[in-house]
Ligand binder design. Structure first.
Ligand SMILES: [Zn+2]
Length: 161
């Protein structure tokens, strides 16, 4: 399985999330040693849990399945650049690498909690010995799941406002 194969699975999870009530089109897959440990999508509204981002849902699922709280050596794939919470959760989970599709510049800025600072810049610098981040894999396919950077979205329809 290549990074691209796995990102396509993450995209499939995002599409599943787009159809599920209370879920959202952000997909995640966690892999270690060529084996898929878990996959998931954003379930914030379904679970009434603001922390149920795709990455958190999938980290929890992988840890529960393995009966561990440490995913050392694993790679997390996400269709969208992970937020600060999910990046830090990956570090706490000892995930080795994050690969994401759409980057911040590829989508509307309403998807990011940090309007004036990119948390991946902070993570890349502060945790460079702990985790690697690679963005832009299948970026166009992933970005097609989201509102574009220049699309007009009324203020009251924007997520995260
Ligand atoms: Zn997140």
């Amino acid at each position: 399985m290549t990074d691209i194969d796995i990102m396509r699975r993450a995209i499939a999870q995002a599409r599943r999330g787009d159809l599920l009530p209370g879920a959202n089109p952000i997909g995640c897959v966690i892999v270690r040693d060529g084996r898929i440990l878990a996959e998931g999508c954003n379930e914030v509204d379904a679970r009434h849990d603001p922390t149920a981002h795709a990455e958190i849902v999938t980290i929890r699922r992988a840890c529960e399945a393995l009966g561990v709280s440490d995913l050392r050596g694993a790679t997390l794939y996400s269709t969208l650049q992970p937020c600060g919470m999910c990046s830090m959760a990956s570090i706490w989970a000892k995930i080795e690498r994050i690969v994401y599709g759409a980057e911040r510049r590829d989508v509307h800025d309403m998807y990011f909690e940090d309007r004036h600072f990119d948390t991946t810049d902070f993570i890349r610098d502060a945790f460079k010995d702990d985790i690697q981040l690679h963005g832009g894999l299948l970026a166009q396919e992933c970005a097609a799941l989201y509102v574009g950077p220049h699309e007009a979205v009324p203020e009251d329809e924007q997520v995260n406002r």
